[in-house]
Design a protein around this ligand. Structure first.
Ligand code: IDP
Ligand code: MG
Length: 144
């Protein structure tokens, strides 16, 4: 018996697209051994973001998050594999790119740019349950 594959919703945020880092970030996820099962380039609406960041909408930095995340396209990706949530979040590194460990995506490519919202290149769902909720928001056409 093998465990059922898990899924995670990954967003390559506007700074990743602007800095031409989408290929490098997807390369790291694929090189780790995970599979990309859905992918799209989209400029998020405020409505999609409010649903996605429901836990943060009342935080003082949320208006900055909207400004950051709606300033250009993001690449939304569904990634699959056993324990993929833990694996991708480990590849991503800590939320704060200034102190994220070297070798991680945020540690290698991110820094503080003095903006209200932390710009950290990538989002990854924090649990399989969050992944299911977020995949339904970004990929309603998958019906899953
Ligand atoms: P995560 O992306 O590592 O899961 P969360 O705490 O879920 O981190 O925060 C979501 C996003 O909101 C972060 O990736 C970052 O862009 C932004 N953010 C989180 N905390 C702060 C903060 O204290 N100041 C500014 N922006 C923040
Ligand atoms: Mg989070």
């Amino acid at each position: 018996m093998t465990a059922a594959p898990e899924r995670i919703l990954v967003l390559l945020k506007p700074d990743a697209v602007e800095r031409r880092l989408t290929g490098e970030i997807l390369r790291r996820i694929e090189a780790k051994g995970y599979s990309l099962t859905a992918l799209k380039l989209v400029v998020p609406t405020a409505e999609v973001l409010a649903a996605h960041y429901a836990e943060h909408v009342d935080k003082p930095f949320y208006p900055g998050v909207v400004e950051y995340m709606t300033r250009g396209p993001v690449v939304a990706v569904v990634v699959e594999g056993q324990r993929v949530v833990a694996g991708v979040r480990s590849l991503m590194g800590a939320t704060d790119p200034t102190t994220a460990a070297p070798g991680t995506i945020r540690g290698d490519f991110g820094r503080d740019w003095g903006t209200d919202a932390i710009q950290n290149l990538v989002h990854g769902s924090d649990s399989p349950e969050s992944a299911a909720r977020e995949i339904a928001i970004w990929f309603p056409e998958l019906g899953a």
